[in-house]
Design a protein around this ligand. Structure first.
Ligand code: NI
Length: 270
């Protein structure tokens, strides 16, 4: 699949479940003429055949290469960052949940889910256009996953899709400050992720990030219960030049750790 077409379909699937993203995109575009994406993020489990290392070649075949790796010990995740030879394409941030660090109950639930999954015979990037490939969980299973890992619960209902797109604030001709972009987003009445502060990171670490809180959709669980679940969110990144004068292209684990929380459910009231 052509990379342009891949990102176009990915965007369509993403905005279908993340209506806020379309509204934000249109508003920023109206002010700036165009919007460039810094990166797109995906989530998976460290279970064959969908583990990070198995999916890495899907992106390498498209002209991407791994340029950094990150660990998230508290959330029990690891991630790799990919950059394309043509830097006009967004970077890719792919994380995986480290199943062996969770209870045997969670591991069994996820392994069973993946055994029931209708996975394609050969893995390629189109996996991330397919959404949830396993039967929907029931409400109690979802709650059990959520008690141990919001990430696991999110993946169980959302499956393979873009977890977020990210506006590359440096590339905006008019609103090239993160504060201005946040003001635009807030003018739409949308809530921001304030875990670790509204803006995560600083010039010294090379990257400042902010993100909305994920949209909410009603989801019908296997037992017929309908409950709101978190879908996806939009991120905003401002990069700073390193000592070589080029913009820092990497990620900052402490900040990303907080950005992951943009899909956390508020258990109260569910
Ligand atoms: Ni991100």
């Amino acid at each position: 699949m052509q990379l342009d077409q891949f990102f176009q379909e990915l965007w369509q699937n993403y905005t279908a479940i993340t209506p806020q993203a379309e509204r934000i995109y249109e508003l920023i575009r109206a002010h700036n003429g165009h919007v460039v994406n810094d990166h797109v993020a995906f989530r998976t489990f460290n279970q064959s055949p969908v583990n990070l290392d198995a999916l890495q070649p899907c992106f390498e075949k498209l002209g991407y290469r791994v340029f950094d790796e990150y660990q998230f010990p508290v959330k029990k995740l690891r991630a790799k960052a990919f950059i394309h030879e043509d830097e006009s394409f967004p970077k890719v941030f792919l994380s995986e949940l480290l199943l062996e660090e969770f209870s045997s109950g969670l591991q069994a639930m996820i392994k069973k889910m993946l055994l029931q999954a209708n996975l394609p015979a050969g893995m390629d990037e189109t996996l991330f256009l397919k959404g949830r490939l396993w039967p929907r969980p029931d409400w109690n299973q979802y709650r059990a996953l959520q008690a141990e890992s919001e990430y696991a619960a999110w993946l169980s209902v959302m499956g393979f899709c873009a977890n977020h797109f990210t506006v590359f604030v440096n590339k905006l001709p008019r609103n090239d400050s993160l504060d201005e972009v946040i003001e635009l987003v807030q003018s739409l009445g949308l809530a921001m992720n304030e875990s670790g502060g509204l803006i995560k990171g600083n010039a010294l670490v090379g990257l400042q990030q902010a993100s909305t809180l994920a949209d909410t959709l009603d989801f019908e669980f296997a037992d017929g219960d309908v409950h709101p679940v978190k879908t996806c969110y939009y991120e905003f990144a401002l990069r700073y030049p390193g000592e070589d004068g080029n913009l820092y292209q990497g990620f900052v684990a402490d900040s990303a750790d907080k950005i992951f929380e943009s899909t956390h459910q508020k258990l109260v009231g569910l």
